[in-house]
Write a protein that binds this ligand. Structure first.
Ligand code: NAD
Ligand code: TYD
Length: 348
């Protein structure tokens, strides 16, 4: 018999996280297990080149965690994994613009069809909250004097990646309007932090600089991105899971616009490496010039704002990659080397 003092265990809410073995997903899964005892997690991930269970080694035996390998575009498997879930955090995607330029097929399959399948399964299971993790790239590109993107900007994507994410966002909207699915769309700016695959700018440049390899800078290097520390992003997602209004879109950003070349120089300085490693290479086709986010809505409605500045979190990130060279080594497969050759081999 439980004594009178014993508190009843509150019922766990089960959340399905798709793409939980990727960069943001693995940070998010660990944050949930550490800071949210009210949730259990089903991590549903196909383990493509970008998904690595080694990123989740610390939590693989956690009592509130379960991993299911599967494809978000397989309705049967998704329905099975989603059974009993209260909420869904949908992050699984093909996420790298340069890869989408080399071959857009997997982007449409995973990002568009995969999202349609996720929405169908969520409808079937009467999911209470569905978060579509999207990107600022759906808004297109800003000119230097334009105001930052608000949630009311038109969707004018310029790459196959951003077009596939914009398509997915429109599907989410349609499921809200047509079926009343309680979904929220989040659009965030460029993330950085631990466990990011070394094809994206920051980890690629840290890795190359550490190995005294050239740093490929596209075009004139004057493009601008808004940088958000991954932990801040994960906290925003959790707040929106709990407090976001169904049917609404929320921008998430770092309020930190930086010119690419300046960022490259910051990382080189942090590592004590010379600027002579910088190598200007042919520009990315359709390269968006500038992204910037107006985060007024999420701050006003939910009270979220980023806690980390670039000057705090960039050195932390650089140090993480220095201390975790083994992780980088373990995720860089033969497939990655093949991609690197295709992407940079004949670009000079
Ligand atoms: P990532 O590429 O690091 O990870 C993607 C994960 O999805 C991997 O674990 C991969 O195995 C999994 N996956 C891919 N295809 C799948 C499929 N068909 N079925 C199941 N799993 C599959 O991506 P990330 O950087 O962590 O991004 C996560 C989400 O956030 C994406 O939806 C992306 O569009 C969005 N986003 C990312 C950034 C960023 O800066 N990284 C910025 C804005 C938005
Ligand atoms: P990336 O990390 O691919 O993110 P996104 O394209 O989604 O913003 O690139 C960030 C910026 O850095 C973008 O302007 C392209 C540029 N870039 C380079 O100059 N060189 C590189 O090798 C890479 C990967 C990116």
């Amino acid at each position: 018999m439980p004594s009178n003092e014993e508190k009843p265990t509150p019922e766990l809410k089960r959340i399905m996280v798709t793409g939980g073995a990727g960069f943001i997903g693995s940070n998010l899964v660990k944050l949930i297990l550490k800071e949210h005892p009210e949730y259990s997690v089903v991590n549903y991930d196909l383990l493509t080149y970008a998904g690595n269970l080694v990123s989740l080694k610390d939590v693989e035996d956690h009592p509130r965690y379960r991993f299911v390998r599967g494809d978000v575009s397989n309705l049967h498997d998704v329905k099975q994994a989603m059974d009993g879930c209260w909420g869904v955090l949908h992050l699984a995607a093909e996420s790298h613009v340069d890869r989408s330029i080399l071959d857009s097929g997997p982007f449409l399959q995973t990002n568009l069809i995969g999202t349609q399948v996720m929405l169908e399964a969520a409808r079937h299971h009467r999911i209470k909250r569905f978060i579509q993790v999207s990107t600022d790239e759906v808004y297109g590109s800003l000119d230097p004097d334009d105001p930052p993107f608000t949630e009311r900007n038109q969707l004018t994507p310029n790459s196959p990646y951003s077009a596939s994410k914009a398509g997915a966002d429109l599907l989410v909207r349609a499921y809200v309007k047509t079926y009343g699915l309680p979904a929220v769309i989040t659009r965030c700016s460029n993330n950085y932090g631990p466990y990011q695959f070394p094809e994206k700018l920051i980890p690629l440049l840290i890795r190359n600089a550490m190995n005294d390899q050239p740093i490929p800078v596209y075009g004139d290097g004057k493009q601008i991105r808004d940088w958000l520390y991954v932990e801040d992003h994960c906290r925003a997602i959790m707040k929106l899971l709990e407090e976001g209004k169904p049917g609404e879109v929320y921008n998430i950003g770092g309020n930190c616009e930086v010119v690419n070349l300046d960022l490259v120089k910051m990382v080189l300085a942090e590592l004590g490496k010379p600027q002579s490693l910088i190598k200007f290479v042919k520009d990315r086709p359709g390269h968006d010039r500038r992204y910037a986010m107006d985060t007024g809505k999420i701050t006003a409605e939910i009270g979220w704002k980023p806690e980390y500045s670039l000057s705090q979190a960039l050195p932390k990130t650089v140090k993480w990659y220095q201390d975790n060279a083994q992780w980088v080594q373990s995720v860089v497969s033969g497939e990655y080397r093949d991609y690197y050759r295709k992407q940079y081999g004949d670009r000079s």
